[in-house]
Every structure is written in C-alpha cells, then in structure tokens.
Design a protein around this ligand. Structure first.
Ligand code: SF4
Length: 644
C-alpha cells in the first residue's frame, strides 16, 4: 500500500506539518531535576524530528509551579525559556514542528513532590494516590488559567509552534471535565457546560496571550472507562465545545489512573482503539482530529487516514522503539522499522515502577542517544558470537554495523532464543516481530549467521577470532528442594511452549511468576479446564512489569477459572500429583495429568572458561551472565556491541 495519506502535509492555520505523524507526549523523566530540558531530552526529541515526524508533542510540562515535580518539564517561569529555545531549535533543525504539552497534575501527584497542597475540582482523593486535595477556589482557578496562558506565552517566546493542553488521564483539566471527579455546584461544575468552563477558559487564555493563529491542540479522554466518568457520547459534545472555543486540533485519548491498563494499552489489545469514535466525530467536527492509541504500524496509520477517521496519527511508543519510523516508512523500508511490541516494559515500567528514565525493550538507545552513538570501529576485529538469542543478535548487529567481521553461531535451527518462545502464549504474538526484526537485521548488518552450530573450544581454536561473545542464554531451573522432579508427568514451561511436551489435564504449574501464569493461560486457551498454579510468593506474576499488564493477565486467568495458590511451597511431585504446603497445612492435588515446572532459569555458560587460553577477548552477556529480563539482555548486547 502506498502511504500517500500518511505522507501528505497538513495545514493547521498558518502552520504546515510535513506529514501526518505526530509524536505523542510520553513522559521520559529525562528533564533536569529543576524542570529544564536536559541535553539528553533535547537529543531524544531531536532524534524523533530527524527521524521524520511531522509534529513532536513534547511530554507533560507543568504550567504552574504548584504541579512541579523533579525531572518533569516546566514552563511556569520565564527562566525556562532559554533551554526551551534550545529544544525548539533542535527539533526544528530536524524538520518537525514542536508543541509542549501543558498540564497540571491536580490530585494525581503527591504534595511531597510538588511542595504544595494538592488541588482538584472537588475535595475527592485519587484512589490510587490516596492524598486528599483541596477544592480549588475561584481565585485559585483564575490563577491556574493565567498560569496556562503564561506557559503558552513562554513556549511561543521559546520558538515552539503551538501548544497542547493536557485535558486527559485524570489530571486537573480532566478532573474538572469529568462528572466522576467534579462535584462542584458553582459555575465550574454542576452541568456539562459548567465542567467545561475551566478547560475553555484555558483555551481562551492561551489564545489571548499568544494570538488566535497560535495553534492549540486539546487532548482529552473520550472514555474514562470508570463508572460515572466521561463516556464517548458526552466526549463528542466536549470536542465540539472545545473546537468552538478555539482548539485547533482535537487529540483523542482514553482512560485515567484508575483505568491505567487502557491508558497505555499493552500487546494483545486492539489496534487504533480510538479510530472508530474519531471517524464518527469527524463527520461533525470542523478541526483536525489526532488519533493515537496503538497505531504502531504505518500501514494501520494509512488505513485510518484513508478511511477518513482522522487527520493526524499519534505515535508514542512506536517512535520510542524507532525514531526513524517515519523516514523508513516514507522510503518504503517497512521491514527495517524496529517494531514496538506493546510490552510497556521500558517506556512505562522503567519509568513508573522502577523510577528510571524511559527506555525501550527493542531500542536500548531511546533516551540515551548521545551516550550510545554508533561509531565506526578503529580496528576491524573478527568477532564470534555464540548464541542467537536477543542479546547475541543485538550485539552482533551493532558490532557489524560498526565495521567488525561478525559471525553468529546458534546451536538450534532458529534464531530468537527464549524470546521466540515468549511470543507463543496467548495475545503475545507481537513479540515475534522483535525476533523477526533482529533476525532479518543480521544479513542487513553484515552478520554471517550459522544455524545448528554450537560454539565449542574446537570451533574457537579453528576460527581464531579476536573476540568471543558468549550469549548462550539459560536453561530451566529444576528446583533442588522438590522431590520427584524426574517423574514422567513433569515437564518444563519451555518444553511445553516449544511444543515438545504433550499435555493433559488436570495440570499443576509449579511457579506462578510471569512464565508460569502465561503457561496456565496458554493451556487454558487449549481447553485444559483444571489448572492450578502454585506460587511461592504472596503474589502471582510479581516479576511482570508494569503492574497493569499483570492485572490484565491475572484477570484473564481468573476468567478461565485457573486456581492460583500463593504462598505455596511445593514439597514433592508424585506419579499423579503434587504435595505442597499453604496456609500452614500440607495439601495435595492428585489425579494430575501434567506438572509443569516454571521455577525460573539458571545461567548457561560452559564456554568462557573452556576457551580462556584460546582467545584474548571474551565477553559473557545476557542470561548466560545472569538470568534477567529480555530488556536487560538486549541492552547488554547493545552496549557491548558499541565497545568491541
Ligand atoms: Fe514498545 Fe515495549 Fe519499547 Fe515500550 S518498551 S516502546 S511497549 S517495545
């Protein structure tokens, strides 16, 4: 399909975007502690502009000091203008236009972060932050409206091309718009027009400070997916009011903190979630509609535009995964796009659960553009990579792109290692895109791949490489404290997912981490109706990040009727069952057809010590070094590939 619609320009008043791809505002925590754009943040957005996006909407930016937070962008003081000028110039240099997303977090933050009492439309605590906000007075509202206007004025002075108002996701503007959280009886509540007064005053303030031809995008949740919250029927009216009030773009999102699993929907959820609503809205709305939410694929984006459902396509995670997606798509190089697989591990999990800066499972350079450039190697080396999992492939790819002569040997008949199997459980087929991208990237990068070839000391002695990278992965852990693991009913999760073990119910899964829970779902989908998961920890799938991915998985297991027993210690596997202790008592399950061990993995490195006297430079990476997640393995490969 020709991507003619996606790569046609769009005029918004006097502003023309070079194409229909807008980078959505996703938090990175790359800002300086004081809220200024850091060099890393500027590099990060500049890379997305050079990659070909038409519009870069910069992440959440505080419009008023009462919502400040460390490492979160601010525009609540003129002192921010110089660094924002640098950011705007860097984005312009790449060809894109730039809007900051102006926001106030309202009750969805903590006063110990802001240094100010929390405020909201009504004094109702956010169930997830659990801190009571103050109801804003009319003077307080007026001060914040002025704050948004002043922040937009600063953005304009810094050279930005417009602004976006964050009216989504339960933050303060959304908090006023929502019947769930706005219980005021004055002119800022009570009715739909009352709830819309605060956002409309903000739109008017921006226009008054910056001029009517300074574009304003208004982003809001068309469905909060919470009882009593905003619903699409009401959202359609809101969009019309906002456009009449001066908004130049209506940007559609959904959900808030209480329905977070739909705010950044993970793998397995439908693509282009908001497009159908947008299509209906477009019949009445006179301003362009920006639609995002799971549109990682340029072909899907083109279809949405061709169907007349939207004017601009918002991409967030897709551009974290590959800043060059627009350029590659426009050049017809779709196969070369690094695919976002919807895992939410680097972009959301690292940011919100590990309190790190945003990253990406498939693109470890996201947010580290300056730190991780591809610099040609000074000395061309002969590199032998043992193991074709994700760590080995990423290391091989990067090293080859830098000019090394790289051979990758994989002992099995295919590349991908355990990540290949990670794509087998239900709803996870998108994971296979990452394996395909890496596998197909081998010849493109100039890596010579040999399948069905284990690297042994003899192979190393014959080939005489300068460098050996041991990326031989891990093997399933057979828990030593459990008797009977050698019984014929026992198999491992990996054998099962690889199709190497037959199964019949009832099934007991020993180990209720991510893998064990996914095996239970996999078996449920295949009609096994009696499954028990025994987990040692007090919570199942605890190793799964982010937590809303975990919530969705556990909800699905519950719907299938899978029994999950936590704080359970398995003692023995019998010929037809399992003995375990839970709730202080010994219990057993008998009549079992299959016991699946999902008790973790153990590093597999039989090579590095055996070749220590054969080669000068040996590196051990990925699970072979220490069993961790794929995101760590790929990152380790990416870092080493740049060091060799
Ligand atoms: Fe996409 Fe996962 Fe990367 Fe996030 S971490 S951008 S979901 S691939």
């Amino acid at each position: 399909m020709e991507l003619t619609h996606l790569f046609s320009p769009l005029a918004i008043g006097n502003l023309t975007l070079q194409n229909r791809i807008a980078m959505l505002p996703m938090g990175t925590s790359l800002a300086e502690a004081d809220g200024n754009p850091s060099d890393a943040l500027i590099d990060y957005y500049a890379a997305r502009s050079w990659g070909g996006a038409g519009l870069v909407i910069v992440e959440i930016t505080m419009a008023h000091v009462t919502s400040r937070a460390p490492h979160t962008l601010g525009l609540y003081d003129d002192a921010f203008i110089p660094r924002w000028s640098k950011l705007a110039a860097a984005v312009h240099e790449g060809g894109a236009k730039i809007f900051p997303q102006l926001a106030h977090q309202g009750r969805q933050t903590r006063s110990k972060l802001t240094g100010y009492p929390l405020v909201a439309a009504s004094a109702i605590a956010c169930p997830w932050m659990r801190e009571m906000p103050r109801e804003l007075t009319k003077d307080g509202i007026a001060e914040l409206v002025e704050g948004f206007g002043q922040a937009a004025r600063r953005a304009q002075e810094a050279g930005c091309d417009g602004v976006e108002i964050h009216g989504a996701h339960g933050y303060l503007v959304c908090n006023f718009m929502s019947p769930l959280t706005n219980k005021r009886t004055d002119e800022y509540g009570a009715t739909l027009s009352g709830r819309m007064r605060f956002p409309l005053e903000i739109v008017a303030a921006v226009k008054e400070k910056c001029g009517s031809d300074f574009p304003l995008s208004f982003r809001f949740s068309i469905d909060e997916l919470l009882p009593g919250g905003i619903v699409p029927q009401e959202a359609a009216v809101m969009a019309l009011l906002l456009a009449d009030g001066g908004a130049d773009i209506i940007s559609l999102s959904r959900a808030n903190y209480g329905s977070f699993q739909w705010l950044i929907p993970p793998y397995g959820t439908p693509m282009a979630l908001n497009a159908e609503f947008a299509g209906r809205l477009k019949q009445t709305l006179k301003v362009p509609i920006l639609v995002g939410h799971r549109i990682p694929d340029p072909l899907v984006a083109e279809q949405v535009l061709r169907a007349g459902q939207a004017d601009l396509i918002g991409m967030g995670r897709a551009l974290l995964a590959d800043p060059d997606l627009p350029r590659k798509a426009s050049e017809g190089r779709l196969d070369e796009i690094i695919p976002c697989i919807g895992c939410n591990q680097g972009c959301v999990g690292r940011l919100m659960e590990q309190r790190l800066t945003a990253s990406c499972l498939v693109n470890p350079t996201a947010g580290r553009e300056r730190e991780m450039p591809l610099i040609p190697a000074k000395l061309r080396k002969k590199v032998l990579v043992a193991g074709g999992g994700v760590a080995g492939m990423e290391c091989a790819r990067v090293a080859a792109l830098r000019g090394h002569e790289v051979t990758l040997c994989e002992k099995s008949e295919r590349l991908g290692g355990q990540f290949y199997l990670a794509a087998i459980p239900p709803l996870k087929q998108e994971f296979s895109k990452a394996v395909r991208y890496l596998s197909e990237g081998m010849p493109r990068a100039g890596v010579r791949v040999e399948l069905n070839r284990a690297v042994t000391p003899q192979v190393v002695a014959e080939r005489k490489p300068d460098v050996v990278v041991v990326a031989t992965g891990s093997i399933p852990l057979i828990p030593p404290g459990i008797a009977g693991t050698d019984k014929s009913i026992v198999t491992t999760a990996l054998e099962l997912l690889a199709g190497k073990a037959a199964f019949a119910g009832p099934v007991v899964v020993v180990g209720g981490g991510l893998v064990g829970c996914e095996v239970a779902e996999y078996l449920s989908e295949r009609g096994i109706g009696d499954i028990t998961v025994l987990e040692m920890l007090p919570e199942a799938a605890r190793d799964m990040t982010p937590r809303w991915n975990r919530m969705l998985l556990l909800e699905r297991l519950s719907a299938y009727g899978v029994k999950v027993v936590t704080s359970a210690t398995v003692r023995e596997i019998l010929d037809d069952g399992v003995v375990f202790t839970a709730e202080g008592a010994e219990q057993s399950i008998r009549g079992v057809g299959r016991v699946v061990l999902a008790a973790g993995a153990t590093a597999l490195d039989e090579l590095s010590s055996a070749i220590s006297n054969l080669v000068a430079e040996i590196h051990v990476i990925g699970d072979a070094r220490q069993v961790r997640k794929a995101i760590d393995a790929i990152e380790e490969g990416a870092v080493l590939g740049r060091k060799i």
